[in-house]
Design a binder for this molecule. Structure first.
Ligand code: SAM
Length: 345
């Protein structure tokens, strides 16, 4: 069964769509979507005009309905009780270091930040699971400044951030000092061993890992190693970058480390960079996992056409995972690893 084709046809049945709206309507990676659109256009089922995709054959029309709740952006989590934390967080992150596009269309350190209300939604969900009150929390990689939002709740006992970007480390430490938060940030590269004294020291981890195999394994191994037995963790993972086979690989890896996956909240967090630099965003994704993916996209000569209509809504989203240890942790990597972790070989 070709589910991507079905979802594209469902999405177009409710009206013509831009490329960005189509991404939002399907459960698939960008590359799988691009391949599917190429086939549908070649077969004369879909037409692309002025940056808009539409059904060329009315007989392909399918029933399609919007089913997401409008009040919580379909996340199932309300931030009403965290209104004051939200306001405080927005104040505290003013002047924050922003992600920069480095060489070509690649973001430095694969950074990309989620919207402020989505940060608070993550915090609210952590709270609901009993993972904030009196917890010692480690955050590995923190361009979203989750640590600042957690600290602003006043609920956690201690928060430690490990982050490669010196700008973020300095910013977090400045806020922590000014606000007298139990929060501290240290410069750290996940390729290095976990700093001494951190093994088994935390109740909860939070991270937004790289999505290459080695990158994901390193982020999650370091986080796992830092956990106490029966600890819990939270991280984001996208579908837009990854085929389901990759999710399966990651889920097996988590089970092998003695975690159980307790929650997967679909498209829980939305990112700003997809709206601001959409073409850089998809080229970055298509070049990360297999060079042939970007070559395929460039051969289709879609770029100019799809950019005629700019994204109005976020299309780069991640699902929020919660995992919990069912005893002692079995981290896969504890030693140092060298080499490129940002691009798949
Ligand atoms: C990997 S990025 C992912 C960003 C984005 N929120 C997402 O989900 O796509 C998350 C954080 O990890 C940091 N980071 C990237 N490479 C790292 C490394 N080698 N060691 C430690 N932190 C790293 C980034 O600076 C950023 O703050």
């Amino acid at each position: 069964m070709n589910r991507v084709r079905k979802q594209v046809l469902m999405s177009l049945s409710s009206g013509a769509k831009s490329f960005w709206e189509l991404i939002n309507g399907v459960d698939t990676s960008i590359f799988e979507l691009v391949k599917c659109l190429d086939a549908l256009i070649s077969a004369g089922v879909v037409r692309l005009r002025g940056g808009i995709f539409e059904l060329a054959r009315p007989e392909e029309r399918m029933f399609s309905a919007e089913t997401r709740c409008e009040c919580c952006k379909g996340t199932g989590t309300s931030i009403k009780s965290f209104e004051s934390v939200y306001k405080k967080y927005c104040e505290l992150v003013k002047g924050r270091p922003l992600p920069v596009v480095g060489s070509g269309y690649k973001y430095e350190y694969d950074q990309g930040i989620i919207f402020e209300d989505d940060v608070i939604r993550r915090v609210a969900f952590m709270h609901a699971r009993g993972d904030l009150n009196d917890s010692e929390i480690i955050v590995v990689g923190d361009d979203d400044l989750m640590s600042v939002a957690i600290a602003a709740t006043g609920l956690a006992k201690r928060i430690l951030v490990l982050e490669i970007d010196e700008r973020l480390v300095n910013f977090i430490n400045k806020v922590a000092t000014a606000e007298n938060f139990p929060l501290e940030a240290e410069e750290y590269d996940v390729r290095e061993r976990l700093p001494t004294g951190m093994r088994g020291g935390f109740d909860v981890f939070v991270t937004d890992p790289l999505e290459t195999v080695v990158g994901f394994e390193l982020f999650l191994s370091r986080c796992a190693e830092a956990l106490k037995p029966y600890g819990a963790g939270f991280f984001g993972l996208t579908r837009v970058e990854l085929p389901l086979a990759r999710w399966q690989l990651f889920e097996k890896f988590l089970l092998d480390m003695n975690f159980v996956i307790t929650d997967i909240l679909k498209d829980f967090s939305s990112y700003a960079h997809g709206i601001e630099n959409p073409l850089e965003g998809i080229k970055d994704i298509l070049s990360t996992y297999d060079k042939k993916h970007l070559e395929f996209f460039e051969k289709m000569k879609l770029e100019q056409e799809i950019m005629r209509v700019k994204p109005k809504e976020p299309w780069y989203k991640s699902s929020f995972f919660r995992v919990e240890l069912v005893g002692e942790v079995r981290p896969k990597h504890i030693g140092r690893i060298s080499g490129d972790v940002y691009t798949e070989a």
